[in-house]
Design a protein around this ligand. Structure first.
Ligand SMILES: [Zn+2]
Length: 316
């Protein structure tokens, strides 16, 4: 059945072991209270969070952004040393239970890369073989933990290349959530529309909103709620109709210090008639509606975020 009212999918990224072990159970309680279903995207391999510190030297604006968003992100001192002074512990592949608990509670669970940090920082330099290998590591680890075929993927840090999009097609995935954009589409690579439906995140993340100096006077969740009430569209457009959004939260943010505020946002949207769907349900309805448009995936800067992310062409 095609839904016509406002819809939103909650994509919850799990980037660290701490976010996985503490944040997933906390968010499961928040979502259970509201009786809404979300999609948990779990990093499967080693937690090398400590290596993210090197972005200070590589990425323009990273230090300033880190300083502005320090109130959003809750990670322990230990987490900041993983992969550097402390060895990198496995995330979901070493601890199956939180993923299984999320699925048992009715949520969707998909892999969010093998090594989140290396995918985020190095993907653009990887050849086809390396790209294929890293995707394969994540999918096979997911299958070992969940005991079923991997059918979807969410790229770490919204980093996609033509090679990673082609590797996803080789894997036979149904959909992937690698980009920022305004509506589901088919990625256009070398003049061909690939089969794997791309489900872009349509809204800014909480840390991006907090990271913007021009929004300092506004409560971040109020600003976000206003954006959610309006449909997304390509840059410079004023789209009409019922909004259909994908919001990405993080277990280290919405699953930590911001959990109660996030719960209040969900309650507000429920009061306003929003239906909560999973990314898989969005992909399914996009496929049922048929005739998905094809867009190339381009690298662009977004307000409040250091570095570039992969976007549906025309979004940023
Ligand atoms: Zn992530």
């Amino acid at each position: 059945m095609t839904q016509t009212g406002p819809r939103i999918a909650l994509k919850i990224d799990v980037d660290t072991l701490q976010g996985y072990l503490d944040g997933v159970p906390r968010l499961l309680r928040v979502l259970d209270r509201a009786q809404v279903k979300a999609t948990f995207c779990c990093a499967m391999g080693p937690d090398c969070s400590g290596k993210a510190i090197w972005r200070v030297f590589r990425q323009r604006g990273f230090l300033g952004k880190m300083w502005r968003t320090r109130k959003a992100l809750s990670v322990s001192f230990r987490t900041k040393l993983y992969g550097t002074l402390l060895s990198a512990p496995p995330i979901a592949s070493g601890h199956p239970q939180p993923m299984r608990d999320a699925e048992a509670a009715g949520h969707e669970v998909i892999p969010h890369g093998w090594n989140h940090i290396t995918w985020h920082d190095q993907l653009s330099r990887w050849d086809m073989e390396r790209t294929r290998h890293e995707l394969d590591l994540a999918c096979r680890a997911f299958e070992r933990v969940m005991g079923r075929k991997c059918e979807a993927f969410a790229a770490p840090g919204w980093q996609a290349t033509d090679r990673s999009l082609l590797a996803e097609e080789e894997q036979g995935l149904t959909y992937s959530a690698d980009t920022r954009g305004w509506k589901p589409f088919l990625p256009l690579v070398e003049g061909r529309a690939l089969r794997v439906v791309q489900i872009p995140t349509t809204l800014p993340t909480l840390d991006e909103i907090i990271g913007r100096s021009d929004l300092r006077a506004r409560a971040p969740m109020d600003y976000l709620a206003d954006l959610i009430r309006r449909p997304a569209g390509p840059r410079g457009s004023t789209p009409a109709g019922a909004p259909v959004h994908v919001y990405t939260g993080h277990t280290e943010i919405e699953g930590a210090r911001w959990a109660d505020t996030f719960g209040s946002l969900i309650a507000t949207l429920q009061d306003e008639g929003f239906a909560f769907v999973t990314l898989g349900e969005l992909a399914e309805s996009a496929l049922q509606e048929g005739a998905l448009d094809a867009y190339s995936v381009v690298s662009a800067e977004l307000p409040g975020r250091a570095g570039k992310v992969s976007c549906q062409a025309g979004f940023a």
